[in-house]
Each structure stands twice: as C-alpha cells, then as structure tokens.
Design a protein around this ligand. Structure first.
Ligand code: GLA
Length: 725
C-alpha cells in the first residue's frame, strides 16, 4: 500500500514499511526502511548539526546544520556536498561533473511498471507503482525514481530513468539502480563470492569505515561475485534479526558498494558498475537503469529467502512449463565431452530407457568442426561426420526411445578457427590495431551490433526449425575483454558493455517470442551468470560446472539465499568426481541434485544393474516430491560451512502438511556424537508421519528434533518425508 501525505511517501508491504520525504528544500530524504509501522512522518529522529567540512546547499543560506553530507538521501547526488557514494554522476557539455536533485512531483499507478528491453518483475493488480520525479534544473536532467510494491511478498523494486530535458547532449557517468541510507546502526555486509566451479559462497563481514564493495567488470555478473547482497544486524541469523536483501536484475558489470561514514551512517548503492561506463543522452533521450529488488525481513534470513523465492517464481520467471514438472534430463557432457557420434549418443539415451528419464540433452561438440574447444563456435550447422543425417535423423531416434530432445549452444561466441570468423573477423569484440585476448581459446561476438544479433537469431532459428527441439542450454564460456564496438563512435565506447547486455536480452526475447514453448537453461561455465536478470529469460540456470555432491552443498546453500531451488540446474554425475576426486555414494548425489532441477550427467549406457535400480528409484522420488522442491518454502537447517556433522535443509509445502528433509554427513570420525535435527516451518499443532513410520507433533520436531541415526562412512545421506496425518 502506498500512502502519500504532506510530501511523505510511505510504501507498506505486509511486514515492512519504506519511507521517504521531500523536505523544505525539496531534497528527497530517506526516512525509514524496516518492520511495518504506521504512516507517520518518520523524519523526526533526523538530527541537524553543524559538522565540520560538511557544506550547505545554497538554499540553506547560513543554516550550517543542513548538509547533504549528513542527511539520509533517497538517491544520492554528486559534487554538491554529499561525499558519500553517489547514485548519479552527470556530465553536461560544459564538462562539469555534478548531480543536484530536487523533487518536482510524483505519480501513483496501480499495477507494476515495465522496463523496455530490460528484465523486470511483472504482475497485475497485486502491484502498486510510485514514480517520484526529481530534477537537476541546471543540467536540465530529469530523474524518475520508480518503485514497485508487491505487498504480499514484502518486495520493493526500484529502477531509475534519467531523461535529458535540455537541448544539448549530457553524459551519464553513473546511474545506480538503488541507494539505501541508514542513519546509524551496526551492520554486517553479506556477499556471495567464489570462482568457476565454486560459486556463491557467503561471506559476512562487519561494515567498517570507508567503502566495501563487490562487483564485476567481466561483462557478465560473474562466478566471482553475485549481484545479490545483504545487510543485516550483527546478531541476525536464519530465524531472527533484521536483514535486508538487495538484488540486481542485471547480467553484466555491476557494483554493490556499502559505506560506513565518519558519523556512523551507512549507505548501500547498487547498479551498473561505473567502470568503463559512460552513456550519452541526446536531447530528449532517456536511460533506464536495471531493476533492483529489495526485501526486508525483521525476522532473519529464512523469511527473506521465502519472499524472494515466491516473488521470483510468481513474478519473474516466465516458465513455459509453469505449473507442470520440468523433465528429468540426461546430458552427455561429462560422459563424452567432445568425443561422440550419433551411435554413442543413442547408446546413452538407450541406457536412460526404463529409468523414468524424460529428455536427452546433446551438449557441446555437435556442430561445425567442434572436435575440441579450439574450433567451431559460430558455425551452427550440424557436424555430419559425427551425426550423419543431422538433427533430422538423430532427434526422431531419441524421441522413439520416449524422450524429448535438448541441445547445447553458445551463441555469443566465435572460434577463430570457424567459417564465421573467417567471413566476419570484425564481428568479434576487439580494438582495431590491438591483438585480441582469448578466453578458452575463443572470442566474443559483438552483441552491440544489430547485424551480429540478426545473424545469430537466424542461425538459432535454423537449428530450432530443423527438428523437434524442446530445450536449449544457452552457454557462455568466457569473460569479456577488449571491449570496443564497431557499432559505436569513439566517444560512445563507454556504452559498449551495457549495450552488449541489452543485445543479449534482445536476442533471448526474440527467441522466446518465436518459440514460446522452448525451455531455455542459462549457463556460463556453470554459474557464471546466475542472476535474476537471466532468470527472466532462462527459468533455470546450470548452477555450477562442479557436480561434486559435497561442494554442491556449499554452492546450492549460498545460491538458496535468494534464488529458488527450481532455478538451480543440478545433476547426478559419475564418481570419482572430475573436480574433486570425491567418490560420494550415488544416494547422496541424488539427494543433493534433487534440491534443484534434476537430471543426470553420466554414461547411462554403461551403468550397472544396481546403479540402474538406484537411478530409477531416485527419478521416481523426484517425481513424487517435485512440487515441494518447486513451490515449497526452503529452510536451511544447518550450514555446510560450519564444522557440524552434517548439512541439512528442508522444503516445506505452503500449507505445511508435507515436507522433504534432506541431510548429508561430512567425513566420519570414530565415536560420533548423537545428534538431533531440529526442523523448521512445520505446523506446531499437526502430527507428522515420518517416512511412513513413527509420527511426531510439529512442535516436537521443531523444538526437540528428530534423532539422526549414526550414518557410518563419509558423505552419507538421509531423506525424511513428512506427511501430516
Ligand atoms: C561449459 C558448461 C558445461 C559444458 C561445457 C561444454 O563449461 O558449463 O556444462 O556444457 O561448457 O563445453
């Protein structure tokens, strides 16, 4: 609910309130964000004091106590007395570098605003929109702050539109999506960091004086830092304590910077990374930032997680399979890498028959001269030596075995050893006169160029039209470098990184429109572009190239803080694992993969009788419980980063009548202590039958716990299915 009274704008969600106020000088102050309160003006605790070296805007005259440097700002200015992180940096033609914003109006709308060419949460009447209009009068620049309020999900989205209202061009050096000021408070900054094959591990540090930031300058959101961060009270944990999540719906360079000031105030700014960003707005033109999405939870991380999960599932993912189960798939990559032919693929697919597996995915290596990762990218025609008769021949053979067919593609890339590169060397990103930097021996196609995007769309359509293809895995296997676009003049090269991302979104949207039933899984060397922006186009993302069940506990734990299990591609693969050498039991690999979108990544043509039985059982279990994984509330019951004896988590049905609890042990030591697993999210008054045997009341399972049996050996697992009686 949005309440507007005397220049005070209050956005209420079910459990939280957010407030800003245009003060006497029309400066938009941020006055509150936290647990739900009434509509009163909450600017009263703001203290005005003359602080040395904190200057005063001209309107304030000699009122030295009034300074933008000390007041909480809704969207911070630059160069006019606020020395904290700016949200906006403008560069008009006079070469100045200021942004001085005053409120000039507002508009309230029912429903949710949309952002052209950018991913955004969507929905109908359950949303309200507020637009607050600011202006830098001297620069003739308008700044529109968009707020989307999804009351039931405690979600507040934000985006900013910067409009050049003058008659000369203006350059944007920075345009953040979100600024969040807190007067006082001691916060921890939580970020989700890692690397290829070990993504999104949470790190929590007290906010110290100065600026702490994470971000990406790799052209993608990256394996290294995720565009989701949290601020939380020092004592916040899963079930208690104030915490804030901030998510950016963007798949390119981003920055999330938190600052603690000399006055013990705190600021979080999040948006496109200002590195190599400079966007020219001609008179009348506008720039729209990516969307940011905030959830505040007064009661710890778990409620924040649930609200993000629900909002993403209901209002971000455009899943062609919404409401129905996604097919259990078998992917040939780890089994064969590039070394396969049609007969080998059919052998793997035949191995899947009778196991309940529903889709076969042919991974990298099926096209052009792609026998290694040195060649072939860009040539999206079937390698007829490997697949005689092409997809037209292979797909019906797979379908005859009762499976749908899926395909790997990496459309943003080109190998120098390819017909495409030989014909269009200038289509790859690179600065004329400089040697190009290779990554995985490949170059990146310049998606800022319309001709390149058109070519790739056409090539993809040719492939998709050639056979009955239900799914594609859209991969992207390197970071950007040598970013320079032939489509842009020299003084607009600072737009190239962003225009690349817009180009990617455009191509994905064109494919989605043309093939509404096509299911697209995102991938970038696993989870190198696992962000909410991509989820708008690709409803699931391959979580990591690391399929080791033990490491996956960590990766999936970190990912779960804001991204739902139904978005995490997770497969059972062969052991010893290629990344770690771990030989975890098949059962355990199944338990871990079942907390994502389930599948297999092994040579099913060679699995033994006993393993086949296990696989068939696992697939059956997944099919029985998929609705819990898809739409249940996710509870982290323990952390894989702790020294504890096990990692446990649960998916609890929205009506709390069913739950699937999973537990995986670490390395075993003699004389293990007895442990009891306290569950969460159950109905205290209901009685639950556990695995069809004993029954316990919900309050007992939550307060006293379930006695965990001693599981001998390393990396054992256990699943409990709870059903209310
Ligand atoms: C990336 C993906 C893998 C696989 C390979 C193929 O690394 O993450 O799953 O598809 O590319 O080259």
């Amino acid at each position: 609910m949005i309440v507007i009274k005397d220049h005070v704008f209050t956005l209420h969600t079910r459990r939280t309130s957010y407030q800003m106020k245009a003060d006497a000088y029309r400066v938009l102050l941020h006055t509150y964000y936290g647990a739900r309160v009434g509509d009163a003006d909450l600017s009263y605790p703001i203290r005005y004091a003359d602080r040395g070296f904190s200057p005063n805007p001209s309107e304030a005259g000699d009122w030295r106590e009034y300074s933008l440097d000390t007041l909480p700002q809704e969207y911070s200015s630059c160069g006019v007395g606020d020395y904290r992180i700016p949200s906006l940096e403008l560069e008009p033609q006079d070469g100045s570098h200021l942004a001085d914003l005053r409120c000039i109006g507002y508009e309230r709308r029912s429903g949710k605003y949309a952002l052209e060419g950018l991913p955004a949460f969507f929905g109908g009447e359950e949303w309200e929109t507020l637009v607050v209009f600011l202006e830098d009068a001297a620069a003739h620049v308008g700044v529109e702050l968009y707020y989307g309020v999804l009351e039931e999900r405690d979600l507040i989205t934000r985006a900013v539109r910067v409009v050049n209202k003058g008659d000369k061009p203006v350059r944007l050096r920075r345009a953040a999506s979100l600024c969040l000021d807190f007067d006082g408070g001691d916060w921890d900054f939580v970020t989700f960091d890692g690397c290829h094959v070990m993504e999104r591990c949470p790190h929590r540090t007290p906010l110290r004086h100065g600026v702490q930031s994470v971000g990406s300058v790799r052209g993608t959101s990256s394996h290294h830092h995720n565009p989701f961060v949290m601020l939380c009270a020092h004592d916040a944990a899963e079930d208690h304590g104030l915490c804030y999540g901030a998510m950016l719906l963007y798949s390119g360079n981003f920055e999330a910077a938190a600052e603690r000031t000399h006055l013990e105030n705190n600021r979080l700014v999040m948006g496109i990374n200002p590195y190599h960003f400079c966007y020219t707005l001609a008179p009348g033109e506008a720039f729209t930032t990516p969307e940011a999405a905030l959830v505040c939870s007064p009661d710890g991380f778990a409620p924040m997680t649930h609200q993000y999960h629900r909002a993403i599932r209901e209002h971000l993912i455009r899943d062609p399979l919404k409401g129905t189960r996604r097919p259990v798939l078998i992917n040939n990559w780890e089994a064969t890498e590039f070394h396969f032919d049609a007969e080998k693929l059919v052998e793997i697919a035949q191995g899947a028959v009778g196991l309940g597996i529903e889709m076969f995915v042919m991974d990298d290596g099926w096209f052009g001269s792609r026998d290694t990762d040195l060649s072939g990218l860009g040539d999206w025609s079937v390698n007829l030596k490997k697949l005689p008769g092409g997809l037209e021949a292979l797909v019906p053979r797979i379908q005859a075995l009762g499976m749908k067919f899926g395909l790997w593609v990496e459309p943003e890339m080109v190998s120098e050893d390819s017909a495409l590169y030989r014909a269009h060397p200038d289509w790859a990103l690179g600065v004329p006169g400089r040697p190009q930097t290779r990554g995985r021996s490949q170059l990146v196609l310049d998606f800022t160029r319309e001709d390149v995007r058109d070519y790739i769309c056409k090539a993809m359509c040719q492939v998709l039209d050639s056979a009955d293809i239900s799914y594609i895995k859209w991969d992207m296997n390197r970071s950007l470098s040598d970013v320079w676009s032939a489509a842009l003049p020299p003084d607009r090269q600072g737009e190239a990184y962003h225009r690349y991302v817009l180009g990617l979104y455009e191509v994905l949207e064109r494919l989605r429109t043309r093939y509404p039933d096509l299911f697209i899984e995102g991938c970038s060397g696993g989870g190198g572009r696992f962000d909410a922006g991509m989820l708008y186009y690709t409803p699931q993302i391959w979580c990591s190239d690391n399929t080791d069940a033990v490491d996956r506990l960590r990766i999936q734990y970190g990912t779960s803080f804001c991204y739902p299990a139904s978005t995490m591609g997770a497969h059972v693969s062969a052991v010893p694992n290629g990344q770690t050498g771990h030989a975890t039991p098949m059962e355990t690999r199944g338990v871990v993969a079942m907390s994502g979108t389930f599948g297999y990544e092994m040579d099913l043509g060679t699995v033994t009788g006993e393993e086949r039985e296990t696989i068939a059982r696992q697939v059956q279990q997944y099919k029985e419980h998929w609705d819990l994984v898809e739409s249940g509330d996710y509870y982290r019951l323990s952390s894989p980063f702790d020294e504890g004896p096990y990692t446990a988590w649960a998916h609890v049905a929205p009506d709390r009548r069913r739950a699937l609890v999973s537990l995986v042990t670490g390395t075993m030591h003699a004389a293990p202590p007895f442990s009891t697993l306290r569950l969460k999210g159950l109905d205290p008054d209901l009685c639950y039958r556990v695995n069809g045997k004993e029954s316990y009341r919900g309050d007992v399972l939550m307060q006293v716990g379930y006695p965990v049996p001693i599981l001998l050996n390393d990396y054992q697992s256990m699943q409990l299915v709870l059903e209310a009686e």
